[in-house]
Design a protein around this ligand. Structure first.
Ligand SMILES: [Zn+2]
Length: 354
């Protein structure tokens, strides 16, 4: 849900960018869009804006910036609570109400790379989830790679408002990691949770990223859960792939769009988007009511669809989709931690190949 009367929302990218480049830590890169830094601090024509890579404070002055980095209070750890930690990647939940300046500075920086999404100055009603990476050989040093924001109370059950992987870290599949985390922490698996999705409308880039994320999510679900495979395959590396025999026994899966949505935590409209994108739905025996839909390839909410498992396999191969979900259940902490943490981390210890 967009905040009402947000004066900072942009509907089209302005031709003029107030900040041309940013220096984030020791990385220099171009900005994409206009942000709304206060004009008394950031000139309309700033070539380089120095941004603290730990707290997102900004300065046009390189010396002031260097001084700040010596004393930044977040240089060893981000604010907030760690909710996920696996393979060097961690996600931290930051309450915008308790960390207003941090959230505002993060939003100002993010707006340089976000087109239609508003920068929310109403940061108090949002949670921010920072994605960090820590090299195990350099554990004192962490990098913030991107984040997503989420309304604390979303009337539309949005599990994500805004997502950004910072430009130097893009094209590493990190967006999918954050999207996966956003579904998990929406609690859709619990009775009290709601099935939801990202705030709409999506930007062009958001639509592409989400379509692919949803397609992969559904492919994994279909391959790992709809055949006569067992849950244990998730935790047992040698049994990752459903055997050919099980595919032969059940060459088709007949499922409804709603079933896929309930099993993956996805809205039926998003399931439909993904199924269409994958092109794996085969016509079922046409009923009178649905005949026209079958002929046009339309898929509707609640409709039964027939999916050939071999088509899903082919799709995953053609798109180089790994069987393993990039988001690991055993990585979640606190209230999202798996119930039997000990058992899962035992089986996880076999996976030293990553
Ligand atoms: Zn700082």
């Amino acid at each position: 849900m967009a905040p009402p009367n947000n004066p900072s929302s942009h509907t089209k990218p302005p031709a003029h960018r107030n900040v041309k480049h940013v220096v984030l830590g020791d990385l220099l890169f171009k900005t994409w869009y206009q942000s709304i830094y206060p004009e008394e601090l950031v000139n309309k024509d700033t070539d380089r804006l120095y941004i603290c890579r730990w707290c997102f404070r900004y300065s046009c002055d390189a010396d002031a910036f260097a001084k700040h980095t010596q004393v930044c209070q977040h240089r060893t750890t981000p604010p907030g609570t760690k909710v996920y930690d696996h393979g060097g990647y961690a996600v931290w939940e930051v309450d915008g109400d308790k960390n207003k300046l941090y959230a505002q500075n993060l939003s100002l920086f993010a707006k340089l790379f976000l087109d239609h999404k508003s920068v929310f100055f109403d940061v108090a009603s949002f949670l921010y989830y920072l994605l960090t990476f820590t090299d195990p050989h350099d554990p004192e040093n962490y990098y913030i790679l991107g984040f997503f924001s989420k309304e604390k109370l979303s009337w539309d059950a949005n599990n994500l408002a805004c997502i950004l992987i910072f430009p130097p870290y893009q094209r590493k599949q990190l967006g999918k990691l954050l999207m996966g985390v956003s579904y998990k922490i929406s609690d859709w698996e619990k009775d009290s949770g709601l099935i939801g999705g990202p705030e709409k409308p999506l930007s062009e880039m958001g639509r592409k990223s989400y379509s692919r994320f949803w397609e992969e999510r559904i492919a994994r679900y279909l391959l790992l859960h709809t055949s006569d495979t067992e849950d244990s395959e998730y935790s047992s590396p040698q049994k990752q792939k459903p055997s050919k025999a099980s595919c032969k026994r059940q060459p088709h899966e007949v499922v409804t769009v709603q079933e896929i949505g309930l099993a993956t935590g996805m809205l039926t409209e998003d399931v439909i988007t993904a199924l269409k994108g994958m092109g794996i739905v085969e016509p079922t025996t046409p009923s009178k009511k649905r005949k026209s839909n079958q002929e046009t390839g339309e898929v509707n909410d609640g409709e039964t669809v027939m999916i050939r498992i071999s088509d899903v396999l082919e799709w995953t191969k053609a798109h180089h989709v790994t069987w393993r979900d990039p988001v690991r259940d055993e990585g979640f902490l606190g209230r999202w931690a798996p119930r039997d943490m000990h058992e899962i981390s035992d089986s996880g210890s076999d996976e030293s190949d990553e």
